[in-house]
Design a protein around this ligand. Structure first.
Ligand SMILES: Nc1ncnc2c1ncn2[C@@H]1O[C@H](COP(=O)(O)OP(=O)(O)O)[C@@H](O)[C@H]1O
Ligand SMILES: [Mg+2]
Length: 242
């Protein structure tokens, strides 16, 4: 196994008095492509926000490490859950992608030549360079997801975190996006939340099942019965072939 890049150690979290996550321990390794699944309100988005540092654990710690095993603040790209992005905002595809370069420490609203070049490369990879001048409000669900992924990739993150990136797109586009992520995962740690275990198991290295606490985090130990218990309802285990 490669280096641990994120070490979640016995983390608990509540919003006010409601326990949302309890005793979560999970080690995520360099260049791992890990899926997190679980029913609605099981704490998936909250766990991502804790990893990102947008929320602080009430108990336990989350440590991040770079390639040398040194503690550090990693470069993380984040694609939030679809609904949080406002499509009414009058910006173009190219502008949204460039926003990925803006950080809290940016002093001037001006991009370097290198930043512009990186945005071009990412847009080509995601096949959105032809729609660069379009308004985001005019895009299809699949196009918008690609734009949001491009925005997260443009700062060349070591870790990419995506929260249900294909919730509103059809199956063919979902497959396109996951193939692309699989390619990126050869040189990048990727954490993706999904509702569809049968689908993502064809792409990820490992699936973690969350329901307030971690039910399991080894793909081999996932059984139909366990999934039924997780969702409290029968779920078909379907094996996809790619
Ligand atoms: N900002 C918030 N304030 C209070 N409760 C919240 C907040 N965000 C989420 N919750 C609650 O925490 C629980 C877990 O939410 P979330 O992490 O979004 O779950 P999931 O992504 O698995 O659907 C839910 O019961 C939700 O209502
Ligand atoms: Mg969520």
């Amino acid at each position: 196994m490669t280096n641990v890049v994120i070490d979640i150690d016995d983390v608990s979290f509540n919003y006010g008095s409601v326990p949302v996550l309890e005793n979560i321990s999970l080690k995520i390794h360099e260049d791992e492509f890990i899926g997190i699944i679980g029913p609605n309100a099981s704490g998936k988005s909250t766990l991502l926000k804790l990893i990102l540092g947008l929320l602080e654990p009430d108990k336990g710690t989350i440590s991040k490490f770079n390639h040398d095993g040194k503690a550090q603040r990693n470069h993380i790209g984040y694609v939030p859950q679809h609904s949080t992005f406002s499509r009414d905002f009058p910006v173009t595809v190219g502008e949204v992608v460039m926003m990925g370069h803006i950080t809290a420490s940016s002093k001037f609203f001006r991009y370097s030549r290198k930043e512009i070049e990186l945005a071009k490369q990412v847009m080509q990879k995601l096949e959105i360079e032809e729609i660069e001048k379009r308004q985001v409000g005019e895009l299809s669900g699949g196009q918008l997801q690609r734009v949001l992924i491009a925005r997260a990739l443009v700062c060349q993150p070591e870790i990419l975190i995506l929260d249900e990136p294909t919730a509103n797109v059809d199956m063919r586009i979902e497959e396109d996006i996951f193939s692309l992520l699989k390619n990126y995962s050869e040189h990048m740690t990727i954490i993706v939340v999904s509702h569809d275990i049968a689908f993502i198991s064809g792409y990820v290295n490992r699936v973690a099942c969350l329901n307030r606490t971690l039910v399991c985090h080894n793909t081999e130990s996932i059984s139909g019965k366990m999934i039924e218990e997780l969702y409290d309802a029968p779920v078909k285990m379907i094996h996809h072939h790619h």
